[in-house]
Design a protein around this ligand. Structure first.
Ligand SMILES: *Cc1c(COP(=O)(O)O)cnc(C)c1O
Length: 228
């Protein structure tokens, strides 16, 4: 049976092959290991294999895991990638390093107010509903510029970029389209004076398409830990 370490090697090889195809340096893409539903022992195993960046979806599950892994805290970077309700912002502002799922100014304001003074600014991405699906969370693309300007002005947050979970598509070309749209949106924001460096896009099934369209951070779960 493939171990977490074996799977990580395969994922890094996929990222490297996509970078070669795209003419990009392999260091330009960060692997975010998505550990939702898997226990702290699995995170430890991935960390022992050399990983530092971990993504979680459910606030309470993540807080428990961060607590169980306190001994490694200085060596881990925790990212919230799942939906965030306004009544859960305080523990998130206190425990995480990054939040990728900001899609309303109210959430961003609360995170900024609640970020403890002794910690560096919370790193944030705006989640964009890039495929225009009615059921998906994320801000509409046409609302992104105004929200980005407002979030960038908050004192205890640092706006780093955009995140999306595109609709599943089967062909490589169809997978690339929404990733390309997210990159174009980021480029428009930077042309208007922001300095965003993060495109959080690509998962187990479509990371190659995302890297070809400029992803700087791929969020990969099942290809590392197996089916959930
Ligand atoms: C679960 C999840 C992932 C990882 O998905 P896999 O298909 O398991 O790689 C990435 N991003 C978000 C937002 C997720 O919820």
């Amino acid at each position: 049976m493939a171990t977490i370490s074996d799977n990580l090697q395969l994922v890094h090889a996929r990222i490297a092959a996509a970078c070669t195809q795209a003419g990009r340096p392999v260091q330009s893409v960060t692997l975010l290991v998505v550990s939702k539903t898997f226990g702290s022992d699995k995170v430890r195993e991935a960390h022992a294999a050399g990983e530092h960046q971990f993504g979680e979806n459910y606030v309470q599950e993540a807080l428990d895991k961060i607590q169980a892994l306190q001994d490694l805290r200085a060596d881990l970077v925790w990212h919230l990638i799942g939906p965030l309700q306004s009544n859960k912002t305080r523990p998130v502002a206190e425990a995480f390093d990054w939040v990728h799922s900001v899609d309303r100014l109210k959430i961003a304001q609360r995170l900024s107010e609640q970020r403890p003074e002794h910690l560096p600014a919370l790193q944030v991405c705006l989640q964009v509903n890039i495929s225009g699906e009615a059921s998906k969370s994320g801000v509409r693309p046409d609302e992104v510029p105004a929200l980005a300007q407002a979030v960038a002005a908050l004192p205890r947050l640092r706006l780093r970029g955009l995140m999306a979970i595109p609709e599943t598509a089967q062909t490589p070309d169809a997978q690339r389209q929404p990733h390309g749209a997210l990159r174009a949106l980021l480029e428009r924001l930077n042309a208007k004076g922001l300095a965003l460096d993060t495109l959080s896009m690509g998962m187990s099934a479509d990371l190659e398409a995302a890297v070809l369209e400029g992803s700087s951070l791929v969020r990969v779960g099942s290809a590392i830990f197996g089916a959930r």
